[in-house]
Design a protein around this ligand. Sequence first.
Ligand SMILES: Nc1ncnc2c1ncn2[C@@H]1O[C@H](COP(=O)(O)OP(=O)(O)OP(=O)(O)O)[C@@H](O)[C@H]1O
Ligand SMILES: [Mg+2]
Length: 261
Amino acid sequence: MIEPPGPRYAVQMINIEKYFGLVCALKNVTFDVGRNEIVGLIGDNGAGKSTLVKILTGVFPPTNGQMVVAGRQVNFKTYNVKQAHAHGVETVYQDRSLGEKQVLWRNFFVGREILRPFGFIDVKKEKAIADEIMVNTIGFRGKGITADSKVSKLSGGERQGVAIGRAMHFEAELIILDEPTVALSLKEVRKVLNFVHKIKEDGKACMYISHDIQDVYEISDRFIIMDRGEIVASIAKQDITLKALDDFLLEYAHGLKDKEA
Ligand SMILES: Nc1ncnc2c1ncn2[C@@H]1O[C@H](COP(=O)(O)OP(=O)(O)OP(=O)(O)O)[C@@H](O)[C@H]1O
Ligand SMILES: [Mg+2]
């Protein structure tokens, strides 16, 4: 296969370390995510997954280490959430990602409004684009949801879909989902998983964090496993069955890997 032009990786982290006071939350974290790769990040509570995501998305800098996003070296002195957006890194949180009282089309463009020459918001254009995203990017057809629907009327899965659709519209190269299915019904979870399949089809990258191994297994190309702040394995899906992955994780959960060392 001929490689398309442009950077090969959506992100590379090199020897990232994060201390909270004396607590070491991340140690020697080195990994990459390919530009069209879906990576499942797995690990027990407190393993450091969300901390890693926060560094990636510009919430806070690491104590040490380097990061390259879409081929560009990140300067942590200036890197923040806004710059992460500019670099094509977007994240979707369970609740906070969408303004409840807003109508959908407004919500799509918060902070990135399309303006007409005199500085007024171009409502017509924003609505048309919101409609287009809903039908083509996230596949809402009919079902009574329009660009004028209130966010509060949407189900959990639909909200995740809107947030993902927004990230896709603004051409996110890497979409990070940190437990996007917590508190969703099975049907809603299915929607979120389908959105992730769509990210893959669209040629973009995704980092997916969930405690549901079956879900992670379905959508990922590769699994990165964390244990107490360190990356302990990176396994391609083709090299492991769901059962074997589950057993592997159980061994860590029971501390068997410690005894081996
Ligand atoms: N702001 C903070 N201040 C101090 N310690 C923190 C802070 N954020 C995280 N930690 C600690 O860093 C470690 C990693 O936490 P993190 O939230 O990254 O884990 P996680 O893998 O996302 O876990 P979970 O699966 O429960 O979401 C934990 O020991 C946690 O207590
Ligand atoms: Mg977490």
